[in-house]
Design a protein around this ligand. Structure first.
Ligand code: F6R
Length: 248
């Protein structure tokens, strides 16, 4: 892992948006699709805002872009304002020229007897597009990436997981109480993420300092799934001073 520490997350987010825009333009020049793996949550909001600004003010086009989101709660209706489907449209897709057919977000309405086939198909779609060129990540206090909670296997693919209690506690405010937070989710696996040719993980604030330290300086272990990123050849952690404050 290579770390870059910024004094403020705003400037850092702009840098990340610039990297994504450069990749999109490079692929455009080659007449190729650009396959992006995307995250939700508070961490990437400013990156998406900057990409929208570049679309509006600098003519950045997303017509050659295909996206795959990391995860979605289960069960979850698309129209629900807590859904990641809603989040992505609100923060990004409604404001850019991406072809809706190129947008992939795990479907939180898939029925229990269809989930296995659904997850295998999600994985296959990523492969059919040639794999992820770039994967954007946040990190949960459990050390999850996507919703790969502690215990996730290095070779895991897209699947249904049970959310960790701490993850549900962290999500409780936006669901107006923990009782309303779904217990399950569909998530890309560790292996799905690891296969991305480039990974950028965002970490903001002191709240993330402890897990960032464990992830970067700790032993690789399924107890902290983000430590698996230590093995990736092209992975950068973009941190602010708060999130980096416990690094030695
Ligand atoms: C979201 C996701 C999660 C979040 C993580 C951090 O799609 O996969 O791993 O990135 O929970 O969330 P925030 O950014 O809200 O702190």
């Amino acid at each position: 892992i290579h770390n870059v520490i910024f004094s403020d997350s705003n400037e850092a987010s702009i840098r990340v948006a610039e990297e994504i825009a450069e990749l999109i333009r490079k692929k455009q020049n080659q007449n190729r699709t650009c396959v992006l793996g995307l995250a939700t949550g508070s961490s990437p909001i400013r990156v998406y805002e900057e990409l929208v600004r570049m679309h509006n003010e600098e003519g950045l086009s997303f017509q050659n872009v295909v996206t795959f989101n990391l995860d979605e709660y289960l069960p979850m209706e698309k129209s629900n304002i807590q859904s990641y489907h809603y989040f992505m449209h609100e923060h990004l897709f409604n404001h850019i020229d991406i072809d809706p057919e190129n947008v992939h977000i795990p479907d939180g309405t898939v029925s229990p007897d269809e989930t296995v086939a659904y997850c295998i198909d999600y994985e296959k779609k990523i492969k059919d597009f040639g794999g992820l060129d770039f994967q954007l990540l946040g990190i949960g206090r459990t050390g999850h990436i996507g919703f790969n909670e502690p215990g996730s296997h290095y070779n895991s693919g897209t699947r249904v997981i049970t959310l960790d209690h701490i993850t549900r506690v962290d999500a409780a405010p936006s669901f107006l109480g923990i009782a309303n937070v779904p217990r399950k989710a569909i998530t890309m696996g560790i292996s799905t993420v690891r296969k991305a040719r480039r990974i950028v993980l965002l970490g903001w604030g002191e709240n993330k300092a402890e897990i960032i330290k464990k992830t970067i300086e700790g032993d690789i272990s399924s107890h902290v799934p983000a430590t698996y990123l230590q093995n990736h050849a092209n992975c950068t952690f973009i941190l602010d001073t708060g999130a980096a404050s416990e690094l030695t």
